[in-house]
Design a binder for this molecule. Structure first.
Ligand SMILES: Cc1ncc(COP(=O)(O)O)c(C=O)c1O
Length: 435
């Protein structure tokens, strides 16, 4: 228990949930031991409150920083925006420049609107889709933020979000009147979507990530596009996590299936607050028929950071190197596991690589992995999101540590000692009350 854990205990008393993002709760990695707070982050490195330096080989700021932390070019653009005045009565020209750049990348699209976070821009997209169609129901797959339109899915039986977000999520505070507006289908199950549409011709939108853990089955995305066209629903691809990693823009560009609205946040500005909906004029112009407007969506830092990020992603072909590093990580895990005799499989797109362990007490084993990696100077877990800033030498050091720890895990599994070796509780896997 260090200074960070002491601060986190205080935080939990005055900040419900302790943090602003579930995925950054220390309990998600290593309860009672995770450093919890940072003083500085640069490149692939993070310093905690005690000044200890870690190489971040974990979730990489929830995959928001493909260039690495505090990238010098993005930093320069942000400092420039701050020094030039990040807010005024007039609008910043960067938002027009950014719209032009986004439309160059998305030839199928005509218009752009902005917000400053992922959940927020998804709520904007849902509103635009409903305004454009005059309909209410939304067929969806996957996670799309915390807002009422989405959590309304759990107003029925209460388990609709179990396989899309978290099991057992209570939609407390979401107006009951929204019940029946959200219709879930599973990824790669075109038959489920067709069934939903068969019984509900009044669908406003189909909302999904184009890729979710698994690649799309042959014909799946094309099939979804066809269903949307047949029923007159707006097809929304949520690229908040999948965007800017496999290519410059959305992953849908790689698959050649275009939505009506593509949604970006997170990596679009290398972790600075920025979000965009890029879409066809026929749908986007409905933003004028309703009211979508916010003061802080006019500040200058977000668009300045996004312009610098996208230009650098393009100039250095960053997605290609994220794929290469991601593949190296997967191969590293697989060969270290086979040397150690650990039952491990890998998944997700290479720049968001994850491993899973095929054991009943997998959560405890991953907690032990996180604990041992932390002892060796790494923030690590069963996901490794590489950035441009990770060096080959750092990845080699990471795998030296993995090569020490995997055999130790196997020994602990075989001798039923995993829980005994833990110096704190087992990590959480999803939503759990903290007190
Ligand atoms: C696919 C997807 N949609 C929406 C969101 C919500 O974005 P934010 O956390 O910026 O509100 C996330 C965040 O992880 C996401 O992965």
């Amino acid at each position: 228990m260090g200074t960070g854990q002491d601060l986190y205990i205080r935080a939990k008393q005055i900040i419900p949930g302790g943090t602003q993002l579930l995925s950054k709760r220390p309990e998600m990695f290593l309860p009672d031991q995770w450093p919890a707070y940072y003083t500085r982050a640069k490149g692939s490195e993070v310093w905690d409150l005690e000044g200890r330096r870690f190489i971040d080989c974990s979730i990489g700021g929830v995959s928001a920083c493909p260039l690495g932390y505090a990238d010098p070019d993005v930093e320069e653009a942000v400092v420039g925006a701050v020094k030039a005045g990040s807010m005024s009565t007039l609008n910043c020209p960067e938002e027009v420049e950014l719209a032009e750049l986004l439309l160059d990348i998305h030839e199928w699209a005509d218009m752009v609107r902005y917000a400053r976070s992922g959940g927020e821009i998804m709520a904007v997209a849902a509103r635009i889709a409903r305004a454009a169609t005059g309909r209410t129901k939304i067929a969806f797959c996957g996670y799309h933020g915390w807002h009422d339109w989405y959590l309304a899915a759990n107003l029925g039986k209460g388990d609709e979000l179990d396989s899309h977000l978290l099991a057992g999520l209570d939609p407390a505070g979401v107006p009951a009147g929204l019940q029946g507006t959200m219709l879930p289908f599973e990824y790669n199950r075109l038959d489920q979507l067709e069934q939903i549409v068969g019984g509900n011709q009044d669908i406003a939108a189909i909302v999904m990530e184009p890729v979710r853990y698994l690649p799309p089955a042959k014909g799946f995305l094309e099939g979804v596009r066809k269903v949307a066209d047949q029923v007159g629903a707006v097809l929304v691809f949520d690229e908040i996590t999948s965007g800017w990693k496999m290519n410059v823009g959305g992953i849908h560009l790689t698959y050649g299936v275009n939505p009506d609205l593509a949604i970006y946040a997170k990596a679009i500005a290398n972790g600075h607050a920025m979000a965009a909906v890029v879409g066809r004029e026929s749908v986007m112009s409905a933003a004028q028929a309703t009211f979508i407007s916010s003061t802080n969506w006019t500040e200058r830092i977000g668009p300045a950071a996004a312009l610098a990020t996208i230009r650098k992603l393009e100039a250095l072909a960053v997605p290609a190197s994220l794929i290469e590093t991601g593949n190296m990580i997967r191969e590293g895990w697989l060969s270290a596991a086979s040397r150690a005799g650990l039952e491990l499989s890998v998944g997700n797109i290479p720049p968001l690589s994850t491993f899973s362990l095929n054991y009943e007490n997998a959560l405890a084993i991953i907690t032990l992995f996180n604990q041992e990696m932390l002892d060796r100077g790494f923030l690590a877990t069963s996901q490794f999101v590489p950035t441009l800033a990770h060096t080959e030498a750092q990845i080699a050091c990471y795998f030296e540590a993995v090569d020490e720890i995997f055999p130790m895990l196997v020994d602990a599994i075989e001798n039923k000692k995993v829980e005994v070796k833990l110096r704190g509780p087992i990590k959480h896997s999803g939503f759990e009350r903290l007190n």
